[in-house]
Design a protein around this ligand. Structure first.
Ligand code: FES
Ligand code: FES
Length: 562
């Protein structure tokens, strides 16, 4: 039969894939069997929409992951709060009960308490969870946090030994690896391996790397492992998409022998996001590195990821967009080819290696946040920074839900929904409250201020606190930042001259998942000085001009955590 297309990716125009000498990426034998790690339920939840979906939605997504052939899943960051820890245990139990072919992992800072939270979740689930413990590895991070090499090595060793004592595999995740000095990477990796690390995760946290950089970094680590006699230590790749290179660099890492590559549903994640997992799986199959997955499973995965993350599925998404399914040109033409390929007995997702067939799709539970129940809505008013707004709410609606879903004030984040993390902090009549624990009706007629009400919308006139957080590097993913800003605002309005200890107490209910608190405390301190007229606003000098001192000359390091 005449081929449906002439394929310029192949040497003779007939191959349906990009393998072989004419392929755009030199996949060799090393890329065969590359594993895919799904980070949607960890990195994906640290995106700007700031939700922690009900565990039912997480479970539905878990099943969809199995159907698209995900091998390894991050079940969350248990130290982010009691509900996160509980959900991690429940997800692992679901993996066991449904016999899903997924290896569970969980994230931790390189802090013993975080590792112990994973150990508790593992114990409640009755199965091991791999510990992915992260630490900042680039000089810019060490400069802003005042960390030195001894402090970093101590963190790595104590976290790794805590995982070992709990009988859990340990993976060292070096954040911002693609901007880290090889000498420091050597020291950190050596310390982790000495303590029994099973894997190293190389991260392009800021989406900085090019394929050349991927090849150089992976090659460097592979040589080091070989020289240390540690070839048994596996490698992961975790990339972000700031330059739009998330997918190509992930494929490049796989082609250079990295055993596990990470992605998230629709690429949703910290800041601009990650490698889109559905496209990663699809492209790895197209270059022969993994079994193909039916597109209907990939589309269903995208829909469930969008639902869990409260994300809009882009209409032009290459796999699941509405336009892709409807239009008669462009992507429609591609779809015809995809359908032809699928008809050629494409095997079901991950038919090989399944302990048992995946369960039928669980029904998607309705989002409780959006529902109004059967009880009548009750009219109420809020004074939002002086402006009176009227709304009608279900009697059990929380203030957090009313702000985010009725008033579209999504700056306030939904972290744990249980009063543990402080991400939802707002000011109620000037006092900081956890909006997830306050009923909307309890705020009837009262003054509410959220992060949207700090300073003016004009970026040239930011509140000094916002300015200072920005210049001090007080946020990484930014998930905790609105809550931190509101707690700090309440403090400075009541106490214009707080001591360092008082700042720590005021922020002690606000959890940052991205390690250090040093720049956050510095920012509040600096903002207090500005408000008192004792300091100027931070200048506009770019950080690159500030010439961070060499690691060895840093001041005494600060601890991770308050
Ligand atoms: S969402 Fe975590 S304390 Fe409210
Ligand atoms: S949680 Fe990411 S910056 Fe605090």
């Amino acid at each position: 039969m005449q081929p449906a297309i002439y394929d310029w990716n192949s040497p003779d125009g007939t191959s349906p894939s990009a393998t072989g000498p004419g392929g755009w990426i030199p996949f060799g034998g090393g890329a065969k069997g590359v594993m895919v790690v799904d980070e949607t339920l960890r990195d994906g939840l640290q995106n700007a929409s700031g939700v922690n979906p009900p565990v039912g939605l997480k479970m539905d997504l878990l099943h969809a992951m199995a159907r698209v052939g995900v091998d390894v899943v991050s079940v969350g960051l248990p130290a982010a709060g009691a509900r996160h820890e509980e959900d991690c245990g429940l997800l692992c139990r679901e993996i066991q009960a449904a016999r899903l072919p997924l290896v569970p992992t969980a994230a931790a800072r390189t802090v013993v308490g975080d590792v112990l939270a994973i150990a508790r979740a593992a114990e409640s689930a009755g199965m091991p969870i791999e510990v992915y413990a992260f630490i900042g590895s680039s000089p810019i991070r060490h400069y802003s946090e005042s960390w030195d090499e001894g402090f970093l090595v101590g963190c790595v060793r104590s976290a790794a030994s805590a995982a070992r004592d709990a009988g859990l595999p340990f993976v060292l995740v070096t954040e911002d690896t693609t901007r880290a000095h090889p000498d420091l990477l050597r020291v950190l990796y050596r310390a982790a391996i000495d303590e029994g690390a099973a894997r190293l995760c190389l991260c392009d946290t800021t989406g900085h790397v090019t394929p050349y950089g991927v090849e150089a970094l992976v090659g460097f680590v592979q040589i080091e492992l070989s020289e240390w006699g540690a070839k048994h230590v596996g490698l992961d790749w975790h990339g972000h998409n700031d330059r739009g290179l998330g997918l190509p660099t992930a494929l490049w890492a796989a082609s250079n022998g990295v055993g596990r590559v990470h992605g998230t549903g629709l690429g949703v994640g910290e800041r601009v996001g990650n490698t889109p997992l559905e496209l990663l799986v699809d492209n790895l199959a197209r270059v022969g590195a993994r079994p193909p997955v039916p597109r209907k499973h990939l589309a269903e995965y995208c829909e469930l990821a969008a639902r869990a993350l409260s994300w809009s599925l882009p209409p032009d998404h290459p796999i699941a967009g509405r336009r892709f399914l409807r239009e008669a040109s462009g992507s429609r033409a591609y779809r015809v080819v995809a359908e032809l390929e699928e008809r050629e007995e494409v095997p079901p997702a991950r038919a090989v290696g399944h302990a048992s067939p995946p369960r039928a799709p669980a029904s998607v539970r309705p989002r409780p946040l959006a529902g109004g129940g059967t009880e009548p809505l009750v009219p109420m008013t809020l004074r939002l920074a002086g402006e009176v707004v009227q709304l009608a709410v279900h009697p059990r609606r929380t203030l957090l839900e009313a702000l985010r879903y009725d008033l579209d004030l999504i700056g306030t984040k939904q972290g744990c929904d249980k009063g543990d993390c402080g991400a939802c902090t707002v000011l109620l009549d000037g006092d900081p409250v956890l909006a997830c624990l306050v009923l909307a009706l309890d705020a009837d007629g009262r003054e509410v201020r959220t992060v949207e009400h700090l300073g003016s919308a004009d970026l040239d006139h930011l509140d000094p606190l916002v300015d200072c957080f920005d210049h001090a590097g007080g946020g990484q993913c930014g998930f905790c930042t609105p809550g931190m800003l509101m707690s700090a605002t309440a403090l400075l309005e009541k106490n214009p001259r707080p001591t360092r200890a008082e700042i720590k107490v005021a922020l002690s209910g606000n959890l940052c998942r991205c390690t250090g608190y040093g720049p956050i405390l510095d920012a509040v301190d600096q903002a207090a000085r500005i408000r008192r007229g004792e300091a100027d606003r931070p200048g506009d000098r770019p950080f690159a001009e500030a010439s961070p001192p060499a690691l060895a000359s840093h001041d005494a390091p600060r601890k991770q955590g308050l």
